[in-house]
Design a protein around this ligand. Structure first.
Ligand SMILES: O=C(O)[C@H]1O[C@H](OP(=O)(O)OP(=O)(O)OC[C@H]2O[C@@H](n3ccc(=O)[nH]c3=O)[C@H](O)[C@@H]2O)[C@H](O)[C@@H](O)[C@H]1O
Length: 431
Protein backbone atom coordinates (compact mmCIF):
# COMPACT_ATOMS: atom_id res chain seq x y z
CA UNK A 1 0.00 0.00 0.00
CA UNK A 2 2.58 2.52 0.97
CA UNK A 3 4.70 1.76 -2.17
CA UNK A 4 1.81 2.75 -4.41
CA UNK A 5 1.24 5.85 -2.51
CA UNK A 6 4.83 6.84 -2.34
CA UNK A 7 6.22 5.57 -5.68
CA UNK A 8 6.04 7.57 -8.89
CA UNK A 9 6.76 6.26 -12.44
CA UNK A 10 5.04 4.76 -15.46
CA UNK A 11 5.30 1.08 -14.60
CA UNK A 12 3.91 1.42 -11.18
CA UNK A 13 1.14 3.64 -12.53
CA UNK A 14 0.11 1.09 -15.17
CA UNK A 15 0.34 -1.70 -12.69
CA UNK A 16 -1.92 0.14 -10.31
CA UNK A 17 -4.40 1.58 -12.82
CA UNK A 18 -7.11 -0.92 -11.80
CA UNK A 19 -6.58 -0.12 -8.15
CA UNK A 20 -6.69 3.59 -8.94
CA UNK A 21 -9.99 3.19 -10.74
CA UNK A 22 -11.48 1.14 -7.95
CA UNK A 23 -10.19 3.65 -5.35
CA UNK A 24 -11.69 6.46 -7.44
CA UNK A 25 -15.07 4.75 -7.45
CA UNK A 26 -14.93 4.12 -3.76
CA UNK A 27 -13.94 7.78 -3.13
CA UNK A 28 -16.85 9.02 -5.22
CA UNK A 29 -19.18 6.69 -3.33
CA UNK A 30 -17.81 7.94 -0.01
CA UNK A 31 -18.12 11.55 -1.13
CA UNK A 32 -21.70 11.00 -2.24
CA UNK A 33 -22.52 9.25 1.03
CA UNK A 34 -21.05 11.98 3.23
CA UNK A 35 -22.61 14.75 1.13
CA UNK A 36 -25.95 13.04 1.62
CA UNK A 37 -25.39 12.80 5.39
CA UNK A 38 -24.35 16.45 5.50
CA UNK A 39 -27.44 17.58 3.56
CA UNK A 40 -29.64 15.48 5.88
CA UNK A 41 -28.12 17.14 8.95
CA UNK A 42 -28.68 20.62 7.53
CA UNK A 43 -32.24 19.69 6.59
CA UNK A 44 -33.08 18.24 10.01
CA UNK A 45 -31.51 21.26 11.70
CA UNK A 46 -33.76 23.68 9.81
CA UNK A 47 -36.86 21.50 10.18
CA UNK A 48 -36.42 21.39 13.94
CA UNK A 49 -35.75 25.08 14.19
CA UNK A 50 -38.49 27.47 15.31
CA UNK A 51 -40.20 29.63 12.72
CA UNK A 52 -37.92 32.55 13.49
CA UNK A 53 -35.16 30.91 11.47
CA UNK A 54 -37.11 31.16 8.29
CA UNK A 55 -38.62 34.52 9.24
CA UNK A 56 -35.22 36.08 9.57
CA UNK A 57 -35.41 39.01 7.17
CA UNK A 58 -32.98 41.71 8.17
CA UNK A 59 -34.02 45.17 7.11
CA UNK A 60 -32.22 48.42 7.67
CA UNK A 61 -35.46 49.98 8.70
CA UNK A 62 -36.23 47.64 11.55
CA UNK A 63 -32.69 46.89 12.78
CA UNK A 64 -34.42 44.50 15.15
CA UNK A 65 -34.80 41.68 12.67
CA UNK A 66 -35.61 38.27 14.03
CA UNK A 67 -32.17 36.86 14.56
CA UNK A 68 -31.45 33.21 14.91
CA UNK A 69 -32.11 32.14 18.48
CA UNK A 70 -31.71 28.71 19.93
CA UNK A 71 -34.46 27.38 22.09
CA UNK A 72 -36.22 24.15 22.78
CA UNK A 73 -35.08 20.80 24.05
CA UNK A 74 -35.47 19.09 27.40
CA UNK A 75 -32.70 21.00 29.21
CA UNK A 76 -34.00 24.34 28.00
CA UNK A 77 -37.56 23.50 29.07
CA UNK A 78 -36.30 22.43 32.48
CA UNK A 79 -34.55 25.78 32.93
CA UNK A 80 -37.68 27.64 31.82
CA UNK A 81 -39.88 25.71 34.27
CA UNK A 82 -37.48 26.06 37.14
CA UNK A 83 -37.12 29.82 36.65
CA UNK A 84 -40.90 30.27 36.45
CA UNK A 85 -41.67 28.04 39.46
CA UNK A 86 -43.66 29.85 42.16
CA UNK A 87 -41.99 29.59 45.56
CA UNK A 88 -44.35 31.48 47.84
CA UNK A 89 -47.95 30.61 48.83
CA UNK A 90 -49.63 33.54 47.05
CA UNK A 91 -47.06 33.86 44.30
CA UNK A 92 -47.68 34.40 40.62
CA UNK A 93 -45.75 33.33 37.55
CA UNK A 94 -44.60 36.22 35.42
CA UNK A 95 -43.11 36.40 31.96
CA UNK A 96 -40.96 39.55 31.98
CA UNK A 97 -40.17 40.83 28.49
CA UNK A 98 -37.13 43.10 28.25
CA UNK A 99 -35.72 41.37 31.34
CA UNK A 100 -32.13 42.33 30.51
CA UNK A 101 -33.19 45.97 30.27
CA UNK A 102 -32.90 48.50 33.07
CA UNK A 103 -36.42 48.31 34.52
CA UNK A 104 -36.81 44.66 33.50
CA UNK A 105 -33.80 43.57 35.53
CA UNK A 106 -34.92 45.36 38.67
CA UNK A 107 -38.52 44.15 38.40
CA UNK A 108 -37.44 40.55 37.72
CA UNK A 109 -35.12 40.56 40.74
CA UNK A 110 -37.81 42.02 43.00
CA UNK A 111 -40.39 39.45 41.91
CA UNK A 112 -37.93 36.61 42.43
CA UNK A 113 -37.02 37.92 45.89
CA UNK A 114 -40.60 37.69 47.06
CA UNK A 115 -41.06 34.15 45.74
CA UNK A 116 -42.83 34.70 42.44
CA UNK A 117 -41.93 32.62 39.41
CA UNK A 118 -40.09 34.73 36.85
CA UNK A 119 -38.98 33.98 33.33
CA UNK A 120 -37.17 36.65 31.35
CA UNK A 121 -37.23 37.25 27.60
CA UNK A 122 -34.87 39.63 25.84
CA UNK A 123 -33.40 40.02 22.36
CA UNK A 124 -30.17 41.64 23.64
CA UNK A 125 -30.16 44.15 20.80
CA UNK A 126 -27.31 46.61 20.45
CA UNK A 127 -29.21 49.90 20.86
CA UNK A 128 -26.76 50.41 23.72
CA UNK A 129 -23.79 48.40 24.94
CA UNK A 130 -25.01 44.77 25.04
CA UNK A 131 -22.29 43.90 27.58
CA UNK A 132 -24.27 45.86 30.19
CA UNK A 133 -27.30 43.74 29.34
CA UNK A 134 -25.16 40.60 29.69
CA UNK A 135 -23.97 41.80 33.09
CA UNK A 136 -27.58 42.31 34.18
CA UNK A 137 -28.37 38.83 32.86
CA UNK A 138 -25.55 37.38 34.96
CA UNK A 139 -26.91 39.20 38.00
CA UNK A 140 -30.37 37.73 37.45
CA UNK A 141 -28.98 34.30 36.78
CA UNK A 142 -27.36 34.34 40.21
CA UNK A 143 -30.77 34.90 41.77
CA UNK A 144 -32.35 32.11 39.74
CA UNK A 145 -33.93 34.04 36.87
CA UNK A 146 -33.37 32.59 33.42
CA UNK A 147 -33.57 34.95 30.45
CA UNK A 148 -34.61 33.35 27.18
CA UNK A 149 -32.91 35.03 24.26
CA UNK A 150 -35.55 35.92 21.69
CA UNK A 151 -37.70 38.59 20.16
CA UNK A 152 -41.27 39.49 21.09
CA UNK A 153 -42.06 39.34 17.36
CA UNK A 154 -41.33 35.63 17.35
CA UNK A 155 -44.80 34.12 17.68
CA UNK A 156 -43.55 30.52 17.70
CA UNK A 157 -41.24 31.24 20.61
CA UNK A 158 -43.96 33.01 22.62
CA UNK A 159 -46.38 30.15 21.99
CA UNK A 160 -43.72 27.69 23.11
CA UNK A 161 -43.11 29.63 26.33
CA UNK A 162 -46.82 29.55 27.17
CA UNK A 163 -46.92 25.85 26.36
CA UNK A 164 -44.18 25.19 28.88
CA UNK A 165 -45.50 27.60 31.56
CA UNK A 166 -49.09 28.82 31.94
CA UNK A 167 -48.01 32.32 33.04
CA UNK A 168 -50.55 34.13 35.18
CA UNK A 169 -49.02 37.53 34.34
CA UNK A 170 -46.92 39.23 31.70
CA UNK A 171 -44.79 42.21 32.66
CA UNK A 172 -44.13 43.67 29.24
CA UNK A 173 -41.09 45.96 29.35
CA UNK A 174 -39.40 45.09 26.05
CA UNK A 175 -39.42 48.20 23.88
CA UNK A 176 -37.37 50.50 21.74
CA UNK A 177 -36.71 53.31 24.20
CA UNK A 178 -35.24 56.78 23.73
CA UNK A 179 -36.97 59.90 22.51
CA UNK A 180 -34.30 61.37 20.21
CA UNK A 181 -33.15 58.11 18.55
CA UNK A 182 -36.57 57.81 16.86
CA UNK A 183 -35.43 60.27 14.20
CA UNK A 184 -32.46 58.06 13.34
CA UNK A 185 -34.20 54.71 13.33
CA UNK A 186 -37.98 55.03 13.14
CA UNK A 187 -38.41 51.41 12.00
CA UNK A 188 -37.10 49.98 15.24
CA UNK A 189 -39.89 51.75 17.18
CA UNK A 190 -42.55 50.32 14.90
CA UNK A 191 -40.94 46.88 15.10
CA UNK A 192 -40.72 46.67 18.88
CA UNK A 193 -43.35 49.03 20.26
CA UNK A 194 -46.13 48.31 17.80
CA UNK A 195 -45.56 45.06 15.87
CA UNK A 196 -43.93 43.35 18.86
CA UNK A 197 -46.66 44.46 21.24
CA UNK A 198 -49.41 43.27 18.89
CA UNK A 199 -47.65 39.93 18.46
CA UNK A 200 -47.46 39.49 22.23
CA UNK A 201 -51.13 40.39 22.67
CA UNK A 202 -52.12 37.99 19.89
CA UNK A 203 -50.49 35.16 21.83
CA UNK A 204 -51.87 36.32 25.19
CA UNK A 205 -55.42 36.49 23.87
CA UNK A 206 -55.29 32.97 22.46
CA UNK A 207 -53.68 31.07 25.33
CA UNK A 208 -55.70 29.45 28.04
CA UNK A 209 -55.81 30.81 30.69
CA UNK A 210 -55.14 34.31 29.40
CA UNK A 211 -52.56 36.15 31.51
CA UNK A 212 -53.05 39.63 32.98
CA UNK A 213 -50.71 42.11 31.35
CA UNK A 214 -48.87 45.08 32.84
CA UNK A 215 -46.80 47.04 30.35
CA UNK A 216 -44.59 50.09 30.03
CA UNK A 217 -46.09 53.17 28.46
CA UNK A 218 -44.33 56.51 28.85
CA UNK A 219 -44.66 60.04 30.20
CA UNK A 220 -43.86 61.13 26.66
CA UNK A 221 -47.47 60.44 25.62
CA UNK A 222 -48.37 63.82 27.19
CA UNK A 223 -46.40 65.46 24.38
CA UNK A 224 -47.44 69.07 23.99
CA UNK A 225 -49.95 68.93 26.85
CA UNK A 226 -49.57 72.05 29.01
CA UNK A 227 -51.76 71.13 32.01
CA UNK A 228 -49.54 70.51 35.02
CA UNK A 229 -49.10 68.22 36.76
CA UNK A 230 -49.93 65.70 34.03
CA UNK A 231 -53.01 63.72 34.91
CA UNK A 232 -54.20 60.50 33.26
CA UNK A 233 -57.29 62.45 32.20
CA UNK A 234 -55.26 64.99 30.19
CA UNK A 235 -55.10 64.85 26.43
CA UNK A 236 -52.45 62.62 24.92
CA UNK A 237 -53.13 63.15 21.25
CA UNK A 238 -50.21 65.50 20.57
CA UNK A 239 -47.05 63.34 20.76
CA UNK A 240 -43.82 65.24 20.11
CA UNK A 241 -41.79 62.22 18.98
CA UNK A 242 -42.32 58.97 17.13
CA UNK A 243 -41.35 57.20 20.35
CA UNK A 244 -44.25 58.92 22.12
CA UNK A 245 -46.57 58.15 19.20
CA UNK A 246 -45.74 54.43 19.35
CA UNK A 247 -46.35 54.35 23.11
CA UNK A 248 -49.64 56.18 22.62
CA UNK A 249 -50.49 53.68 19.87
CA UNK A 250 -49.75 50.95 22.42
CA UNK A 251 -52.36 52.41 24.76
CA UNK A 252 -54.96 52.37 21.98
CA UNK A 253 -53.96 48.84 20.96
CA UNK A 254 -54.36 47.79 24.60
CA UNK A 255 -57.87 49.20 24.52
CA UNK A 256 -58.70 47.10 21.45
CA UNK A 257 -57.44 43.82 22.92
CA UNK A 258 -59.23 44.52 26.16
CA UNK A 259 -62.44 45.33 24.33
CA UNK A 260 -62.45 42.42 21.89
CA UNK A 261 -60.72 39.63 23.79
CA UNK A 262 -61.18 40.47 27.47
CA UNK A 263 -57.47 40.86 28.21
CA UNK A 264 -56.72 42.58 31.52
CA UNK A 265 -54.28 45.38 30.65
CA UNK A 266 -52.49 47.97 32.77
CA UNK A 267 -50.25 50.59 31.16
CA UNK A 268 -47.69 52.40 33.28
CA UNK A 269 -46.51 55.83 32.16
CA UNK A 270 -42.93 55.91 33.46
CA UNK A 271 -41.38 59.34 34.08
CA UNK A 272 -37.62 59.45 33.22
CA UNK A 273 -36.55 56.48 35.31
CA UNK A 274 -32.94 56.51 36.58
CA UNK A 275 -30.70 54.56 38.95
CA UNK A 276 -28.06 51.81 39.22
CA UNK A 277 -27.84 49.51 36.18
CA UNK A 278 -29.48 52.30 34.16
CA UNK A 279 -29.52 53.02 30.44
CA UNK A 280 -26.35 54.57 28.96
CA UNK A 281 -28.40 56.49 26.38
CA UNK A 282 -30.05 58.59 29.08
CA UNK A 283 -28.74 62.06 29.97
CA UNK A 284 -27.88 61.42 33.66
CA UNK A 285 -25.84 58.39 32.58
CA UNK A 286 -23.81 59.90 29.74
CA UNK A 287 -23.43 63.20 31.62
CA UNK A 288 -21.69 61.19 34.37
CA UNK A 289 -19.44 59.50 31.84
CA UNK A 290 -18.56 62.75 30.05
CA UNK A 291 -18.02 64.79 33.22
CA UNK A 292 -15.56 62.16 34.45
CA UNK A 293 -13.76 62.24 31.10
CA UNK A 294 -13.56 66.03 31.14
CA UNK A 295 -15.72 66.22 28.01
CA UNK A 296 -18.26 69.03 27.64
CA UNK A 297 -21.94 68.22 28.02
CA UNK A 298 -24.87 69.86 26.24
CA UNK A 299 -27.56 71.16 28.52
CA UNK A 300 -30.73 72.05 26.70
CA UNK A 301 -32.75 75.14 27.41
CA UNK A 302 -36.07 76.23 25.95
CA UNK A 303 -36.84 79.50 24.14
CA UNK A 304 -36.08 82.69 26.11
CA UNK A 305 -33.73 80.79 28.45
CA UNK A 306 -36.67 78.64 29.56
CA UNK A 307 -35.86 75.85 31.99
CA UNK A 308 -35.99 72.25 30.77
CA UNK A 309 -37.01 69.94 33.61
CA UNK A 310 -37.88 66.31 34.22
CA UNK A 311 -39.82 64.46 36.88
CA UNK A 312 -36.86 62.08 37.41
CA UNK A 313 -38.10 58.91 39.13
CA UNK A 314 -35.88 56.50 41.01
CA UNK A 315 -35.88 52.86 39.94
CA UNK A 316 -36.86 51.38 43.34
CA UNK A 317 -39.97 53.55 43.42
CA UNK A 318 -40.84 52.44 39.89
CA UNK A 319 -40.35 48.79 40.86
CA UNK A 320 -42.79 49.21 43.75
CA UNK A 321 -45.28 50.74 41.30
CA UNK A 322 -44.84 47.80 38.92
CA UNK A 323 -45.40 45.27 41.68
CA UNK A 324 -48.43 47.21 42.88
CA UNK A 325 -49.85 47.07 39.35
CA UNK A 326 -49.24 43.31 39.09
CA UNK A 327 -50.77 42.68 42.51
CA UNK A 328 -53.94 44.62 41.75
CA UNK A 329 -54.33 43.33 38.19
CA UNK A 330 -57.57 41.44 37.79
CA UNK A 331 -57.81 38.26 35.75
CA UNK A 332 -58.42 38.44 32.03
CA UNK A 333 -61.92 37.30 31.17
CA UNK A 334 -61.50 35.64 27.80
CA UNK A 335 -60.71 32.11 26.78
CA UNK A 336 -60.00 30.44 23.47
CA UNK A 337 -59.63 33.88 21.92
CA UNK A 338 -63.16 34.91 23.02
CA UNK A 339 -64.17 37.46 25.63
CA UNK A 340 -66.70 36.35 28.19
CA UNK A 341 -67.14 39.61 30.10
CA UNK A 342 -65.65 43.06 30.67
CA UNK A 343 -62.02 43.09 31.76
CA UNK A 344 -59.84 45.58 33.60
CA UNK A 345 -58.17 48.34 31.54
CA UNK A 346 -55.99 50.88 33.36
CA UNK A 347 -53.32 53.52 32.76
CA UNK A 348 -51.26 55.05 35.57
CA UNK A 349 -48.63 57.75 35.89
CA UNK A 350 -45.56 56.53 37.76
CA UNK A 351 -43.54 59.67 38.42
CA UNK A 352 -41.91 61.45 41.32
CA UNK A 353 -44.14 64.56 41.41
CA UNK A 354 -41.19 66.95 41.71
CA UNK A 355 -39.63 68.08 38.44
CA UNK A 356 -35.97 69.10 38.59
CA UNK A 357 -34.25 71.35 36.00
CA UNK A 358 -31.61 69.49 33.99
CA UNK A 359 -29.01 72.07 35.09
CA UNK A 360 -29.72 71.12 38.74
CA UNK A 361 -29.23 67.46 37.87
CA UNK A 362 -25.79 68.42 36.56
CA UNK A 363 -24.98 70.36 39.77
CA UNK A 364 -25.84 67.28 41.84
CA UNK A 365 -23.65 65.11 39.65
CA UNK A 366 -20.75 67.60 39.97
CA UNK A 367 -20.99 67.39 43.75
CA UNK A 368 -21.18 63.61 43.82
CA UNK A 369 -18.37 63.13 41.30
CA UNK A 370 -16.30 65.97 42.73
CA UNK A 371 -15.62 67.15 39.18
CA UNK A 372 -16.78 70.39 37.57
CA UNK A 373 -18.78 69.84 34.38
CA UNK A 374 -17.93 71.67 31.17
CA UNK A 375 -21.40 73.01 30.43
CA UNK A 376 -22.45 73.83 26.93
CA UNK A 377 -25.87 75.45 27.08
CA UNK A 378 -27.78 74.93 23.87
CA UNK A 379 -31.24 75.39 22.46
CA UNK A 380 -33.59 72.44 22.95
CA UNK A 381 -33.33 70.64 19.60
CA UNK A 382 -36.55 69.98 17.73
CA UNK A 383 -36.10 66.24 17.78
CA UNK A 384 -38.80 65.05 20.10
CA UNK A 385 -37.85 66.46 23.50
CA UNK A 386 -40.51 68.26 25.48
CA UNK A 387 -39.70 71.13 27.85
CA UNK A 388 -40.86 69.53 31.07
CA UNK A 389 -42.67 66.61 32.62
CA UNK A 390 -44.52 66.51 35.93
CA UNK A 391 -46.66 63.61 37.13
CA UNK A 392 -49.85 63.72 39.07
CA UNK A 393 -49.73 60.37 40.85
CA UNK A 394 -52.89 60.46 42.93
CA UNK A 395 -54.59 57.73 40.87
CA UNK A 396 -51.62 55.35 41.28
CA UNK A 397 -51.44 56.27 44.95
CA UNK A 398 -55.07 55.34 45.45
CA UNK A 399 -55.19 52.17 43.35
CA UNK A 400 -51.66 50.75 43.64
CA UNK A 401 -50.48 52.22 46.94
CA UNK A 402 -47.73 53.89 44.89
CA UNK A 403 -45.66 56.36 46.88
CA UNK A 404 -42.26 57.50 45.60
CA UNK A 405 -39.82 58.15 48.42
CA UNK A 406 -36.50 58.91 46.69
CA UNK A 407 -35.41 62.45 45.87
CA UNK A 408 -33.01 63.08 43.00
CA UNK A 409 -30.02 63.76 45.28
CA UNK A 410 -30.35 60.42 47.13
CA UNK A 411 -31.12 58.47 43.98
CA UNK A 412 -28.18 59.90 42.05
CA UNK A 413 -25.91 59.13 44.98
CA UNK A 414 -26.81 55.46 44.62
CA UNK A 415 -26.40 55.64 40.86
CA UNK A 416 -22.95 57.25 41.08
CA UNK A 417 -21.79 54.67 43.62
CA UNK A 418 -22.91 51.89 41.31
CA UNK A 419 -21.43 53.58 38.22
CA UNK A 420 -17.97 54.05 39.74
CA UNK A 421 -17.91 50.52 41.05
CA UNK A 422 -19.27 48.89 37.88
CA UNK A 423 -16.93 50.67 35.50
CA UNK A 424 -13.87 50.21 37.70
CA UNK A 425 -14.57 46.47 37.71
CA UNK A 426 -15.15 46.44 33.93
CA UNK A 427 -11.92 48.41 33.39
CA UNK A 428 -9.94 46.13 35.69
CA UNK A 429 -11.20 42.98 34.01
CA UNK A 430 -10.26 44.45 30.61
CA UNK A 431 -6.65 45.06 31.75
O1 LIG B 1 -40.27 59.57 30.65
C1 LIG B 1 -40.21 58.93 29.62
O2 LIG B 1 -41.16 58.36 29.16
C2 LIG B 1 -38.95 58.91 28.84
O3 LIG B 1 -37.87 59.17 29.73
C3 LIG B 1 -36.62 59.26 29.11
O4 LIG B 1 -36.62 60.33 28.17
P1 LIG B 1 -36.09 61.76 28.64
O5 LIG B 1 -36.93 62.30 29.73
O6 LIG B 1 -35.97 62.57 27.40
O7 LIG B 1 -34.68 61.37 29.28
P2 LIG B 1 -33.20 61.76 28.87
O8 LIG B 1 -32.95 61.42 27.47
O9 LIG B 1 -32.34 61.18 29.90
O10 LIG B 1 -33.19 63.34 29.01
C4 LIG B 1 -33.38 63.94 30.29
C5 LIG B 1 -33.35 65.43 30.16
O11 LIG B 1 -32.04 65.84 29.73
C6 LIG B 1 -32.15 66.69 28.61
N1 LIG B 1 -30.94 66.51 27.80
C7 LIG B 1 -30.74 65.34 27.16
C8 LIG B 1 -29.61 65.13 26.41
C9 LIG B 1 -28.65 66.14 26.33
O12 LIG B 1 -27.61 66.03 25.69
N2 LIG B 1 -28.86 67.29 27.01
C10 LIG B 1 -29.99 67.51 27.75
O13 LIG B 1 -30.13 68.58 28.35
C11 LIG B 1 -33.43 66.31 27.93
O14 LIG B 1 -33.94 67.42 27.19
C12 LIG B 1 -34.32 65.97 29.11
O15 LIG B 1 -34.90 67.13 29.61
C13 LIG B 1 -36.31 57.98 28.41
O16 LIG B 1 -35.07 58.09 27.72
C14 LIG B 1 -37.38 57.57 27.45
O17 LIG B 1 -37.08 56.30 26.95
C15 LIG B 1 -38.73 57.61 28.10
O18 LIG B 1 -38.88 56.51 28.95
Amino acid sequence: MDTIASTQGKFKMEKSSYMHRSRLHSSIAKLTFWSFVFICIIYIFFLRAPSSYSASVPTDLSRRSLRTYNYGGATWEKRVRSSARIRSPNGVSVLVTGAAGFVGTHVSAALKRRGDGVLGLDNFNDYYDPSLKRARQALLERSGVFIVEGDINDAALLRKLFEVVPFTHVMHLAAQAGVRYAMQNPGSYVHSNIAGFVNLLEICKSVNPQPSIVWASSSSVYGLNTNVPFSERDRTDQPASLYAATKKAGEEIAHTYNHIYGLSLTGLRFFTVYGPWGRPDMAYFFFTKDILKGKSISIFEAANHGTVARDFTYIDDIVRGCLGALDTAEKSTGSGGKKSGPAQLRVFNLGNTSPVPVSDLVTILERLLKVKAKRNIMKLPRNGDVQFTHANISYAQRELGYKPITDLQSGLKKFVRWYLNYYSVVKKSAE
